[in-house]
Design a protein around this ligand. Sequence first.
Ligand code: ADP
Length: 463
Amino acid sequence: MKKRNTVLILGVMSILILISVQAFIIIGIWQQKNEMFALRYNILSKDALSFISRRMSTDGFDTVRFLLRQYSEQAVKELHEAKNEKELAAKKKDILDYVTTVVNKEQDLSGFLSDYFGRRGFEKKFNYSIVINDLEMISNDTIVVYRSQDFANRRLPDRSGKPAPPESYRSKILVNWFPWEDNNYRLVFDYFIDFSDKQQLILKETSASLGMSTLSILLVGIMFMITFRNLMEEKRLSNLKTDFINNMTHELKTPLSTITVAGKTLEMPQIRSNDAKILETAKLIGKQSVHLNQLINMILEISMWERTQFQLDKKKVEIEEIMNDVVDSFKSGGGNNATINQKYNFSGAKVDLDIVYFTTLLNNLLSNAVKYSDKIPVIEIEGFTRDNNICIKVSDNGIGINKLDQKHVFDKFYRATTGNIHKFKGLGLGLYYVKKIAEAHGGDVTVSSKPGKGSIFTVIIPY
Ligand code: ADP
């Protein structure tokens, strides 16, 4: 139990470590791809900008410049005319709104860029955003209309000469920083592009490594499950074997010790002079030897089965007749303290059977019905035909079998927990035999049971 838990904990921990390592790698790859993506479009944009200014002698904002030039003189005048702080603030806001609208709407840069990207086979669909950092109106003096907090806090320019973008725009790709000074105004703004399906584009690029990681995690998980199940199965078999050896030793010891005691008895002078006692002891020895022989034969036979294919000597027989014979001889043997009721409806069906094995099958079911009982056994045997099969149901009023044991009672050497305390003797082979014999006839056996109420074993054999 301890070993099993350790293996399970170690296994689960290794899988968790593997998943974390893989997740770590994937996050790393993702971040790298993300940065590469931004870098790629940043470089492309720079190329595009120099191409546009070289070939078209514009930066894409010609209309904006023209409009602002017209507007700024009037705007400065209005600022100077403001009567109080409130009016001044309202005027500043109007100016900022107007400039923002014009810069956003009247530019051609987005179209140029989209064209440039598209022609080179890159993604051409993107959103753009323009962030105004600084706006001043100048005539004799300078009036600051707007200065963004981010702009004021900007870090030093990076190597490309541009200051780092404001915090809130870090996820977008900065294309350029435009500082202008013109008639009556000074304006500084950033131009960003933003791909709405960026995640999908990166996902497409990382799908191979993602798939491989998931697959490797899955494979390791499956391998672990298989190994763990094998380990459990091995453990179960080894427990079964130990139980079997204990039970077998116990089973063999009982007749052997009776024989030993009987032998000793025969040596006693008062017994030797008593013919009746000698005969009784000799009979006891004979009976125990037969039992011993039976046990040994059973074990030998099982190991024979393992090595060679089950050989049946089948004959067409009337099933009802065979059933009656087996039950009668069972009654006259060990089963005479049980009430056995039979109800057959075979309609004269003839079945291909190996009579010896079939007798063993039925005997094993009947003797279990008697053995695993805590009251006077009442056994019902029902027989009928259904869909080209004969069905035989053996029901008892015994101790029953719990759900977990029901799954294993037909396994070799398996004994339900109550069986191991030697209250009920056995080797865990009877039902294994039953199953093997039923299967060798092309049929099967199943069990249904309620602990404390009784069990029903159903054998099906095709005919
Ligand atoms: P054995 O009787 O030698 O233990 P079997 O293979 O015949 O081996 O049975 C396997 C186990 O199934 C038994 O140990 C017992 O716990 C359970 N069992 C079998 N038949 C019955 C029954 N009729 N009622 C209750 N338990 C049963």
